[in-house]
Design a protein around this ligand. Structure first.
Ligand SMILES: Nc1nc2c(ncn2[C@@H]2O[C@H](COP(=O)(O)OP(=O)(O)O)[C@@H](O)[C@H]2O)c(=O)[nH]1
Ligand SMILES: [Mg+2]
Length: 165
């Protein structure tokens, strides 16, 4: 079994913790508590017949914007960067975060995930603009549009990331 350390980062309230709970339990939590510090989850994922043991670090707001961030980023094998399709500013905020991850972890595999597609206003937050913003960060970065609420595509995030290992 291959063990990987994965960081899950993104602006506050985009649904990181709710996403991880959904992956673990299959349930959507309308009232996920604010993440204090960081939460680690151990997930078993099967990808193409191979078993992976993932230690996923869900980094809460206070840590993300403090010097302690480095401790959590260290030795990550991969990352999920999440923004919210219901709040365009969160994609903009990912730019800084992306650079920080690269600085701390090097050029590790990464997937960019837009959550809350159930609240996505396609007219005001155009898919082509989202894709070009992400492509400017990293060419050919895998992108996933999901909704933890409806479950749409949520199960694709880890498999898409595991393609790189
Ligand atoms: N409408 C909608 N709400 C969501 C979705 N995912 C999470 N939420 C809600 O967004 C809020 C913030 O989620 P949370 O997981 O705490 O965000 P975090 O700060 O990134 O960990 C919670 O009230 C969730 O129920 C989604 O796909 N659609
Ligand atoms: Mg959280």
């Amino acid at each position: 079994m291959e063990r990987l350390r994965i960081i899950l980062a993104g602006p506050g309230a985009v649904g990181k913790t709710t996403f991880l709970r959904f992956i673990r339990t299959g349930e959507f939590d309308e009232h996920t508590p604010y993440t204090v510090g960081a939460e680690e989850s151990i997930l078993k994922q099967l990808y193409e017949g191979k078993e992976y043991l993932l230690r996923v670090i869900d980094i809460g707001g206070q840590i993300q914007f403090s010097y302690m961030r480095k401790d959590y980023y260290s030795e990550a094998d991969g990352a999920i960067l999440m923004f919210s399709l219901s709040f365009p500013k969160t994609l903009n905020d990912l730019k800084t975060l992306y650079k920080e991850v690269i600085d701390e972890c090097g050029n590790i595999p990464m997937i960019i995930t837009g959550n809350k597609s159930d609240r996505w206003d396609n007219n005001n937050f155009l898919e082509k603009n989202i894709i070009s913003t992400i492509q400017e960060l990293r060419k050919n970065a895998p992108i996933c549009f999901i909704s933890v609420k409806t479950g749409q595509n949520a199960d694709l995030v880890f498999p898409k990331l595991l393609e790189f290992f």
